[in-house]
Ligand binder design. Structure first.
Ligand SMILES: Nc1ncnc2c1ncn2[C@@H]1O[C@H](COP(=O)(O)OP(=O)(O)O)[C@@H](O)[C@H]1O
Ligand SMILES: [Mg+2]
Length: 271
């Protein structure tokens, strides 16, 4: 959905958009600008894409080389250079997603690479269907959108969707029970990795063109464990947000504290 002023409607519906080729130096420069002014705009020129989230990011189209996609041209990949306060965060995210992928979970396809000396994770969009040179959008909703939860309330501790709420939402949307199983595997994966940010906007639902509803592949997963020892005495700070999962499992959120008792309770509640 796009909101424009009335006098812009004609131009918007007329403009098919175009692909503007960009080279590695230009992409590197874009990453540099994002890192030096994280509060600045993520889009340039006539780009129209919009992506949620706290991290600086931009989106490009791969079609025999990288392109900026203007107007209504869809993008195919998301570039996230990483959160500066957390060292090597983009590499961390790439490794976590690759690890879960190797364990058989469906994850967004990522590469960790450099453009003109600037490193970034490049994430292939799973909400696209590609036929030759045509790229079609597939509708997705994250679980805040799907449960009418404001993004500011995305954490369960802030009235955001819980694991049980996500399971209920999948069932109400008539997703097959395999999707519920997949979600639970993601919940386990995030817990084992000590990934603290798996909130309602980091799980999504896909509405396929044939009407089927699926859980989207997992994305935006990074371990908090490398950053735990932040206080001077070398121990994790008591109130460190990285010590807990975003969603509780049978009433417990702290990493290392979820025991078989909590999993059994969660399994009973999720039946
Ligand atoms: N591979 C992907 N394909 C399609 N959409 C994605 C993909 N990865 C993320 N998104 C969408 O973009 C949003 C922001 O991406 P995310 O990686 O979560 O960034 P952040 O780290 O800023 O939260 C997500 O909430 C999701 O809706
Ligand atoms: Mg996110």
């Amino acid at each position: 959905m796009q909101f424009v002023r009335p006098d812009e409607i004609d131009e918007l519906t007329r403009s098919a958009g175009e692909l503007v080729a960009c080279n590695d130096n230009e992409i590197g420069q874009r990453i540099r600008v994002l890192s030096s002014s994280p509060k600045g705009s993520w889009t340039v020129g006539r780009e129209r894409w919009s992506l949620a989230g706290a991290q600086s990011k931009f989106a490009l189209r791969w079609q025999d080389g990288w392109h900026e996609a203007t107007g209504s041209e869809p993008t195919t990949h998301i570039f996230k250079p990483g959160i500066q306060d957390f060292r090597d965060q983009a590499l961390n995210e790439h490794l976590c997603l690759k690890t879960l992928g190797r364990m058989g979970l469906q994850v967004a396809e990522t590469n960790f690479t450099q453009f003109d000396g600037q490193s970034t994770i490049v994430v292939k969009r799973y909400d696209r269907l590609i036929e030759g040179n045509n790229v079609y959008r597939v509708h997705q909703e994250d679980f805040c959108q799907a449960t009418s939860t404001l993004p500011t309330n995305k954490y369960e501790s802030n009235r955001g969707p819980s694991a049980l709420k996500i399971i209920k939402t999948l069932r109400e949307a008539r997703a097959p029970e395999t999707e519920v199983q997949k979600f639970i595997e993601g919940l386990i994966g995030n817990y084992l990795l000590g990934a603290p940010d798996a909130h309602g906007k980091n799980y999504s639902i896909l509405h396929l063109p044939d009407g089927r509803v699926q859980l989207a592949p997992f994305y935006d997963i990074a371990s908090g464990l490398p950053y735990e020892h932040v206080s001077n005495d070398g121990f994790p700070k008591k109130n460190d947000g990285l010590r807990k999962a975003a969603m509780s499992i049978g009433g417990e959120r702290q990493f290392g504290r979820v025991s078989s008792k909590h999993w059994s309770r969660f399994a009973r509640e999720a039946k």
